[in-house]
Design a protein around this ligand. Structure first.
Ligand SMILES: CC(C)(COP(=O)(O)OP(=O)(O)OC[C@H]1O[C@@H](n2cnc3c(N)ncnc32)[C@H](O)[C@@H]1OP(=O)(O)O)[C@@H](O)C(=O)NCCC(=O)NCCS
Length: 230
C-alpha cells in the first residue's frame, strides 16, 4: 500500500506484528501518517506489517515482510511501532529496531482523548475510545486497548499492556511489563498510598483489584486474589 505525493522524502513504516492486534492497529497508522497528513505532505509513505517469517504476502491490502527485509530498506526514513501484546517480545523488538536506527512513532486514534498535564513515553499505542485523564506519567511502548482509561495521577511503567475496557482509577502505579486483562477494574489509591500493580504482574480479565498486586503474580476475581492452578 503506498501513497505517492509530488516529491520529497519517502517513509517506510513497519508495524511489527501481524496478529489480531496488529491488524487492529494498522488503521491507526494510516490515520496517523496519511489521513491526518502528519509530517511532510509531499512524502511517499509505505506501510508494512513486519514479522520474523511471513506466512502470507499481504494482509488487508498491506505487504507483509520479514524483519530483515524491512531493515534492508534503503532511501527512506524508516519508522516503526510494535503491535505485539507480549511485553517481553515487544521490548526485544523495540531494542532491535532502535539498534538499527529506526524511528519510533506513537499511534493515537482520533477517538482517543488525552486531557492535561500528562507525560507519555515514546511508542504508545492509544486505541479508539481510550482516555488518559490528567497528570499521569506513562512509560515507553504502552498499549492502551479499546475503551480503556487511565485516570489522574497514575504512574505507568515501560512495556505495560492494558487490554480492552480496563478501568484504571486515580493514583494507581503500574510497574514495568504488567498486563491488565479485559474489563479489569482497579481501585483508586491515594497520593500518600498509591495502589501498586507490581512488575510483571498479570490482572485477569474481569478482576476487581482492591489491593496491591505483588510482582510477577497473576490475580483474578472479585475481589482479586492470586490465581491458584488446580
Ligand atoms: C488470568 C489469566 C492470565 C490466566 O490464564 P492461565 O494461566 O492460562 O489460566 P487458565 O486458563 O489455565 O485457568 C486457570 C484457572 O483460572 C480460571 N480463570 C482463568 N482466568 C480467569 C479470570 N479472568 N477470572 C477468574 N477465573 C479465571 C480458570 O477458569 C481456571 O479455573 P479452574 O482451575 O478451576 O479450571 C487469563 O485467563 C486471563 O484472564 N487473561 C486475560 C485475557 C484478556 O484480557 N485478553 C485480552 C485480549 S486483547
Amino acid at each position: 500500500m503506498s501513497t505517492s505525493r509530488d516529491s520529497g522524502d519517502s517513509i517506510a513504516f513497519g508495524l511489527f506484528g501481524a496478529g489480531g492486534f496488529a491488524r487492529e492497529v494498522m488503521p491507526l497508522v494510516r490515520e496517523e501518517l496519511m489521513d491526518r497528513g502528519r509530517g511532510d505532505r509531499r512524502a511517499t509513505i509505505e506501510l508494512f506489517f513486519v514479522e520474523p517469517e511471513p506466512h502470507v504476502a499481504e494482509l488487508n491490502g498491506y505487504q507483509v515482510i520479514s524483519d530483515s527485509a524491512f531493515m534492508r530498506i534503503l532511501g527512506a526514513r524508516r519508522q516503526f511501532n510494535v503491535a505485539i501484546g507480549d511485553s517481553r517480545v515487544r521490548e526485544r523488538v523495540v531494542r532491535q529496531c532502535l539498534d538499527n536506527g529506526l524511528e519510533p512513532v506513537s499511534l493515537k486514534s482520533p477517538r482517543a482523548t488525552i486531557y492535561e498535564g500528562n507525560a507519555i513515553g515514546e511508542g504508545a499505542i492509544l486505541c479508539a475510545n481510550t482516555i488518559i485523564t490528567s497528570n499521569t506519567t506513562i512509560g515507553r511502548f504502552f498499549h492502551l486497548n479499546l475503551f480503556s482509561y487511565v485516570a489522574h495521577d497514575c504512574v505507568v511503567g515501560d512495556y505495560v499492556t492494558f487490554a480492552p475496557n480496563v478501568h484504571c482509577n486515580g493514583n494507581v502505579h503500574v510497574h514495568d511489563h504488567a498486563y491488565v486483562g479485559t474489563g479489569a477494574i482497579i481501585k483508586q489509591g491515594t497520593p500518600a498510598k498509591p495502589l501498586v500493580i507490581g512488575k510483571g504482574a498479570v490482572v485477569g480479565m474481569g478482576a476487581v483489584v482492591t489491593k496491591d498486586v505483588a510482582p510477577d503474580t497473576t490475580v483474578v476475581g472479585n475481589p482479586a486474589r492470586p490465581l491458584v492452578h488446580h
